[in-house]
Design a protein around this ligand. Structure first.
Ligand code: FES
Length: 346
């Protein structure tokens, strides 16, 4: 039996077919609700059930707690409607017209830019382009049938090659493949673009980007897009990037970010190291990256924040920026690289 769902405050309505989650039904009917992992790990799709009941589905316990369920919250990527519903959540307007495609691609180039980071450039078939919003990601299909999600690091206007930043970590099957066996000219298949982490261009608020590790990838895409738009339309939004890593070598494209700072007077780059080596001769900022932002800003009420990287960093940034610095909830945008029961993100 299908169930009618009404979104508040927009009043949009759609129907969920049997077995469809709230998110699947909304996306199928052209109402892009925010989402990230689509498997109950990241919390991006969390919203409120104002009326009706759902089966909460299988999700990480810490992503949706019992207390939150009792308060009417649900993860729409996992929630199956059991009745007609009225839900409350934000809708994303800008991705409505972007088609999600499944495409083959060829590994064009592999560049090891840090001991544990590989930059992969992918070439699409001739006559194919991937339309996406800066900051979105793609899912690579692995031979086992599993998917592995990677943010696109190139800007949409620079789409001849798709760029991914892959971090090697223990137990990462795809990462291990990339670092040991993948070679140029290998064929991969992917689905994309996916996700709702992209630049909100209808705002002129100054932006703080907070990235940890390869969380730099989508931020690179967004910044290169913003610089491009600035050249075309003269957008003067102030932007600052705090990029956190353990050691200097982990800031694998620090020179690129430094060059942006020299070229663009509306952009500042602040690298932050948490475990600088003596051999790094580091005289820059140290500690946790989100704490560097807290130290520099007393009041975030007039800002937008885009945070991308480890779940711990993204969660700490969200909590501290909204609770301690007055950042409005709906001005915090995030993409947490989760390692979940069915897939991992890097
Ligand atoms: S999209 Fe639902 S928890 Fe990540």
């Amino acid at each position: 039996m299908s169930h009618r769902i009404t979104i508040e405050p927009s009043g949009h309505t759609f129907s969920a077919q049997p077995g469809e989650t709230v998110l699947q039904a909304a996306l199928r009917e052209g109402f892009p609700l925010p989402y990230g992992c689509r498997n109950g790990a990241c919390g991006t799709c969390k919203g409120k059930i104002i009326q009706g009941t759902v089966d909460f589905g299988s999700h990480n316990e810490s992503t949706l707690t019992e207390m939150e369920k009792q308060a009417g919250m649900a993860l729409f990527c996992c929630a199956l409607p059991l009745s007609e519903l009225v839900i409350e959540c934000r809708e994303i307007g800008a991705i409505r017209d972007i088609k999600v495609k499944t495409l083959p691609c060829r590994v064009h180039k592999l560049e090891r830019v840090a001991p544990d980071v590989m930059v992969i450039s992918l070439k699409l078939p001739t006559n194919e382009r991937l339309q996406f919003l800066a900051g979105q990601y793609i899912d690579i299909f692995m031979k086992s049938g599993k998917r592995r999600s990677f943010s696109l690091a190139n800007a949409p206007h620079d789409d001849e090659l798709l760029q991914l930043h892959v971090r090697n970590y223990p137990g990462g099957t795809f990462a291990e493949h990339v670092f040991t066996r993948m070679k140029e000219r290998d064929i991969l298949r992917f689905e994309g673009p996916l996700g709702t982490f992209f630049l909100r261009e209808d705002s002129d608020k100054p932006i703080i980007f907070v990235a940890s590790g390869t969380g730099f990838a989508p931020v690179k895409s967004i910044l290169e897009h913003a610089f491009y738009v600035r050249n075309v339309h003269g957008n003067e939004r102030q932007m600052v990037l705090y990029w956190g890593a353990r050691t200097k070598a982990d800031l694998y494209l620090a020179n690129l970010a430094g060059n942006w700072q020299q070229k663009h007077d509306n952009f500042t780059f602040i690298p932050v190291l948490s475990e600088a080596l003596q051999t790094d001769h580091w005289s820059g900022r140290t500690g946790l990256v989100h704490q560097a932002v807290l130290a520099d800003f007393d009041d975030l009420s007039g800002y937008q924040v885009y945070a991308c990287g480890t779940p711990a960093m993204v969660e700490a940034a969200h909590t501290d920026f909204t609770r301690l610095r007055g950042l409005p909830e709906d001005e915090f945008f995030s993409d947490a690289f989760t390692v979940s029961p069915s897939e991992a993100r890097s």
